[in-house]
Structure formats: C-alpha cells, structure tokens
Design a protein around this ligand. Structure first.
Ligand code: SF4
Length: 326
C-alpha cells in the first residue's frame, strides 16, 4: 500500500501537480525499509526537475560570537557560555581571499556570514558591501550573505553591490519556533525574507532538524518555505554544542533525517535542496544517501562553528555516485 502511495505521489509531482499537506503527513508515517522506495522516488523527482548536478557552497565566518539573541542551538549566542571563537568583522581582504579559495574548491556559491540579530553599524555594512564587490570582481563565484535581519534598503544596497543570494533560515516551524528562540519572532524572519525577495535577490532559507520538533513540524517547515517561494533550501541537522540549551537533545536516526529530506523534495520539487551543517555527525556512513534522498547541493569545507570533513572526500563521494559538480 505504502509503495503504491509513493508511486502515485511521485507521478503526481512529476506531472507538476502539487502534493497536498495531508499527503506529505502520510509520507512521514512511512517506516522500515519502505523509506528506500521513498528515496528512489525523491531521486527521480530531483533528476526530472533539476538534473544530476551537485551545487557546492562554502562560507566564511566573518564575525563570530557575542550575539544577544537566544537561539537555543547556537554556540554564538551570548546566552550560552561556549568555547566558540569571538571576533569582530574580518577585513575585506580576508573575505576576498576566502572567496578565491572557495572557487578553487569548486564551490559555486560563497556566503559571508556574520553573527547577531542584524548589521546596525554603518561602517560594518560598508565593509560588507565592499567585500561583496570584491567577490563579484575577483571571482566567478556567486556571492551570498547571511547577516541576520535585513531592511529593504539594505537588501537593495547589497543587490547593487553584486550580491546574488541572501541567506536567512526560518530554522523550524512557526509552532515550534518559541521553543527555539524568544528574542525575535518568526514573523521577524519572514519579514526579512520578504524584503530580500522584494529587492530581487535569490532567497536561500532553510531549517535545522533535530531541535526537538515533531514530524508535523518538519512538514510545516517545508510548506512554509514553499509559500515563501524561496530558491534554495539548506537543511541542517543539529550538532549539539556543549553549554547550549539544546546540548542534550537526543539525536534523530539518520534514516528519519533522510526521510525528511526526501519529503522536502516532494514538496519543493524544483528547488535547490542542500544538506549543510551536522551532515557528518548525524548521518555518519549514510552521508552519500543525501543525494538519493533528493538533495542536489551540499556545503564543502567547514561550517560556521563546527568542522566539516575533508573536501576531497566529498568530491570523491560525488564522483563515485556518478554525479557532477556544477
Ligand atoms: S542563530 Fe544567529 S541570531 Fe540566533 S543566536 Fe546564533 S548568531 Fe544570534
């Protein structure tokens, strides 16, 4: 029965008909080895709409720590006493150098990431604009930034400097969000995403799985991203950091995480879905299954506050799967 249902939904999605909320909830109920049928179907949907190319992105942690917000997963929040490096905004040369290195590593998108609710200092914002211009002028890599909340004017200034994509995660579902953060609201984040879209930038917005959310929340997140019309969806898995509020969260089984990725592909068939932070820690030997489960992007190099694995291993994995970096 479950296999027929997967087949029915696969055909429906490939025929460009949208999967309904209740159907996605039913997919979440799949268990046992049937999840592999779901992965195969998600892979076919991916190949049909977005092909076999794998996009690689890379980031620089351009300003770290001392954030006044209280996101329960985050090592950079000043509400948590962690060992995370703390430093002010790095200079433009360092950002440009890091972008050149990312391009050499075959990344197609390079993100400038800063801690904090937003960039309020005029000088810091000017530095970021200069860095975006340098990335545009000195590399062929697509410039992205993740600077917290953004006004429409800031989004337009970034666009004019050459920014292509703005990254701002919704993190989780609207219902679960108050368990994660109380210093800003879900609507604050949605407002930023709307400003970014209005400015004509690409929107990269995703989630973190493993925060303690229910299966229903995972479906809700995917439908929220669909409604927002985002372009790329980074899916992160919690890598609990000591002394953060979520340090003792129980890990989610790798196949459960991959099942969510596959369901995201059913709901967001044409989008770039990338697996980012927490891949190694949570999936262990099952990492290569991200692509079978419907992902077409991943992050290479290190994450924001945790280490990623050797990029050669990732490139080998992509090659061994018969996929191409692009
Ligand atoms: S996720 Fe961003 S806003 Fe939240 S605490 Fe961390 S740096 Fe601050």
């Amino acid at each position: 029965m479950e296999k027929h249902f997967i087949e029915y939904l696969e055909k429906k999605v490939i025929a460009e008909k949208e999967i309904k909320y209740d159907e996605a909830r039913e997919l979440m109920a799949i268990s046992g080895s049937t999840v592999f049928d779901l992965f195969v179907a998600a892979n076919r949907i991916k190949e049909h709409f977005v092909g076999k190319k794998v996009h690689l992105c890379s980031i620089i942690n351009a300003k770290s720590g001392k954030c006044a917000e209280n996101c329960a997963f985050c090592a950079q929040s000043s509400h948590h006493d962690t060992d995370v490096p703390v430093f002010d905004l790095v200079d433009v040369d360092e950002i440009a150098k890091s972008a050149r290195a990312a391009e050499k590593d075959l990344a197609t998108c390079f993100g400038i990431v800063t801690s904090g609710r937003s960039i309020n200092s005029v000088d810091e914002f000017k530095t970021i604009l200069s860095a975006v211009q340098r990335v545009r002028n000195e590399t062929g890599i697509s410039a992205s930034a993740s600077l917290g909340m953004l006004t429409l004017e800031q989004a337009e200034a970034l666009r004019d400097a050459g920014l292509v994509t703005y990254h701002h995660n919704i993190e989780t579902s609207r219902e679960f969000f108050p368990q994660v953060c109380t210093t800003h609201s879900y609507d604050d984040s949605l407002e930023t995403i709307k400003n970014v879209k209005k400015a004509g930038l690409r929107v990269c917005s995703g989630v973190i799985l493993g925060l303690g959310e229910a299966e229903k929340d995972r479906v809700d997140m995917a439908f929220t991203l669909k409604e927002l019309g985002v372009d790329s969806v980074p899916v992160n898995f919690l890598n609990p950091v000591e002394n953060t509020r979520f340090e003792h969260n129980a890990p989610v089984e790798p196949l459960e995480l991959l099942k969510s990725v596959a369901i995201f592909r059913f709901i967001l068939p044409k989008k770039r879905i990338g697996i980012c932070g927490g891949r190694e820690k949570n999936l262990r030997d099952l990492q290569s299954l991200i692509f079978l489960a419907g992902a077409n992007a991943t992050m290479v190099g290190h994450y924001l506050t945790t280490k990623g694995r050797n990029k050669e291993d990732d490139l080998q994995m992509i090659h061994d799967l018969g996929l191409e970096v692009g």
